[in-house]
Design a protein around this ligand. Structure first.
Ligand SMILES: [Zn+2]
Length: 148
C-alpha cells in the first residue's frame, strides 16, 4: 500500500485521536465536542457529559491500531488503558475506572510488530462476529507471518 502516512509507534489513544494529553484534557475536549453538537444539531442534541451507569457495549479492544470501546450510542470511542477512561463526544457518556483486558501490554507489543495499522486488531472478548482472541492467538498469528 503506497502511503505517505506513518503508522503510529504505539497503539493510538486519546492523545492521537483528540490531542488529549491528560485525563482532564480529555474530559474538557469531550465537553467542547458535546457543546458544539448541542449548538449545531439541537434536534439530536446529546445531554451534558455524564458518567455512564452501565459499561460500554464492547469493553476495550484495539481496532486499526487504536484503542477503543463501543459506546452505548454505538459510536467508537477512544480509550486509554493507563487512564482507564473513554469519553464519547457523540452522546456524552463517560466510562471511567474501565480496566484494560488482561495481557494488554503484551498484546500491544505483538501488534506493534505488524507494519500496517490495518493489521493491528485485537478483540479480547470477541465482537463484530469474531470469536474472542487471546494474547497467544496474536503471537501465533505473528509467527505465522514470519514475525518474531
Ligand atoms: Zn456515545
Amino acid at each position: 500500500m503506497l502511503t505517505t502516512w506513518t503508522p503510529y509507534a504505539r497503539i493510538g489513544r486519546p492523545l492521537e485521536a483528540h490531542n488529549a494529553r491528560t485525563p482532564e484534557d480529555y474530559l474538557a475536549i469531550q465537553a467542547r465536542l458535546v457543546a458544539d453538537l448541542q449548538r449545531a444539531r439541537p434536534a439530536i442534541a446529546p445531554r451534558d457529559p455524564f458518567v455512564s451507569p452501565t459499561p460500554p457495549v464492547m469493553a476495550p479492544f484495539i481496532n486499526g491500531g487504536r484503542w477503543g470501546v463501543l459506546c452505548g450510542c454505538m459510536g467508537l470511542v477512544s480509550y486509554d488503558p493507563d487512564w482507564q477512561l473513554a469519553c464519547c463526544g457523540g452522546c456524552g457518556a463517560i466510562y471511567e475506572a474501565l480496566e484494560p483486558p488482561d495481557g494488554w501490554e503484551e498484546a500491544e507489543q505483538l501488534l506493534l510488530q505488524r507494519d500496517q495499522m490495518n493489521q493491528r486488531h485485537w478483540l479480547p472478548q470477541g465482537g463484530f462476529g469474531h470469536a474472542p482472541e487471546s494474547v497467544e492467538d496474536l503471537a501465533r498469528e505473528n509467527r505465522a507471518h514470519g514475525l518474531r
